[in-house]
Design a protein around this ligand. Structure first.
Ligand code: URA
Length: 422
């Protein structure tokens, strides 16, 4: 295969053959293509996109670049969830045990955070002793015994994506719907789940800032999943203002435990229940998920999962050494609370990482003491900053300069679930 022909073909808007795509994914994964040629080809894909047939082959080649988990011995319907990520998005933490508490198996392979989005694995590591690395045998056993795990994907799963995602990051080709959709779906399909619910976030605190791009991504992923035999549904949810009150790893774990205790912020409960309903439906379980939060069964599964993965659910979640408030400069209603500003500030406090290798702070973050629609008095605290490293504070505060707006009239509440795609 002359790789330059592929570059020219895609650059000029041509359609790649199945053989060309499979050859590229295979050679790229094995490091057989010089970086400058791979970069140039991916940039051509970035601008020209992939049509439906190309995308289906591309995703299949990514899946087959590594192992495909076989969960058939679990003996329960398998259903997973993926979120494209947002500020304060801790939903997997209450959701996965909740769905498992109804008899489904939830194989949650997660990632770490990059940029302003926290990763589920970083959050789970705030739980004392929690181990995010499980062997395939242990994963299957835990699905049988507990019904859920939250772990890192092993190196053998979709290695083509592992290499391509970090490569795309440095050559500026991340924001491409075909490449994002194949990246996410190749990992989820290789994980062996029978069904999948996607939470595609839209708004200034999300990867997809505008609704139409989020919808296009959701439709593309739903089509890839269903074509590959994984029953897939997506909800598009708003991410202009933070989800819940807590932003930061340990803070989000504590808020998730509140939800599992039948408390917690209303928006977190609403999305958790909406996604749980979709997951249970796909798993063929006709039950009302709200009961699992009210009667404590989801909390029991959470505790069992923590213990099964080496953690101790009774040890207090850590909190930061120091706190500082940001107060309202006038009385009135909060009319805008900007997810991007809050995410950036929490990231600057140390809750997120700039490079893959960076460590994150468990305890740094922000609690939104007031949210959009709330009335605040002048000098009332609106944000509570949790500080692990005081040297990070000035830049973190700078990000908050226009983080919220106060007006005389309350604004209409934002709709949380914007659209369902199936
Ligand atoms: N998340 C992924 O897993 N892949 C992408 O390409 C973007 C976000």
């Amino acid at each position: 295969m002359n790789f330059q022909d592929l570059i020219y073909a895609k650059r000029d808007g041509g359609v790649l053959t199945e053989a060309q795509i499979r050859w590229f994914i295979n050679a790229f994964t094995k490091n057989e293509i010089p970086d400058e040629q791979a970069g140039s080809f991916l940039m051509a894909v970035f601008f020209q996109g992939l049509n439906k047939e190309e995308l289906s082959v591309w995703t299949d080649a990514m899946i087959k670049s590594g192992e495909i988990l076989d969960l058939s011995s679990v003996g329960k319907p398998t259903v997973d969830k993926h979120s494209t990520g947002g500020v304060g998005d801790k939903i997997s933490l209450p959701l996965c045990p909740l769905v498992a508490s109804f008899g489904a198996a939830v194989p949650q392979l997660s990632g770490r955070g990059l940029g302003t989005f926290g990763g589920t694995l970083d959050k789970m590591e705030s739980v004392s002793g929690f181990n995010i690395t499980l062997s395939n045998e242990k994963m299957i056993q835990q699905l049988k015994d507990v019904g859920v795990f939250i772990t890192a994907a092993g190196a053998g799963l979709a290695p083509a994506d592992r290499k391509m995602y970090s490569f795309r990051d440095v050559i500026g080709t991340v924001e491409c719907i075909s490449l994002i959709a194949s990246s996410i779906m190749s990992k989820k399909i290789a994980e062996g789940t029978q069904s999948l619910v996607l939470d595609v976030k839209a708004g200034r605190g999300a990867f997809m800032k505008d609704f139409s791009r989020a919808k296009q991504l959701a439709e593309t992923m739903v089509e890839i999943g269903n074509k590959a035999g994984v029953k897939t549904v997506a909800l598009i949810t708003q991410m202009d203002t933070p989800l819940g009150n807590a932003v930061g790893n340990a803070l989000e774990v504590s808020e998730s435990i509140d939800v599992l205790n039948g408390k917690g912020p209303q928006d977190v409960i609403e999305i958790t229940l909406a996604l749980a309903k979709e997951m249970l439906q796909l798993a063929g379980i006709n039950k009302d998920p709200a009961t699992g939060l009210k009667d404590g069964t989801a909390l029991q599964v959470w505790k069992k999962m923590i213990i099964a993965q080496g953690g101790n659910p009774d040890i207090e979640i850590p909190v930061a050494k120091k706190k500082e408030n940001v107060v309202a400069t006038q009385s009135g209603y909060i009319t805008d609370l900007d997810a991007y500003a809050i995410g950036l500030s929490a990231w600057r406090l140390g809750a997120g990482r700039a490079k893959k290798e960076d460590a994150v702070s468990k305890t740094a973050g922000i609690i939104c003491l007031a949210k959009e629609g709330d009335y605040v008095e002048k000098d009332q605290p609106v944000l509570e900053l949790h500080i692990d490293d005081a040297s990070r504070l000035p830049l973190a505060k700078e990000a908050l300069k226009n983080a919220f707006t106060i007006g005389a009239e309350p604004k209409e509440k934002r709709k949380i679930i914007l659209e369902r795609i199936s």
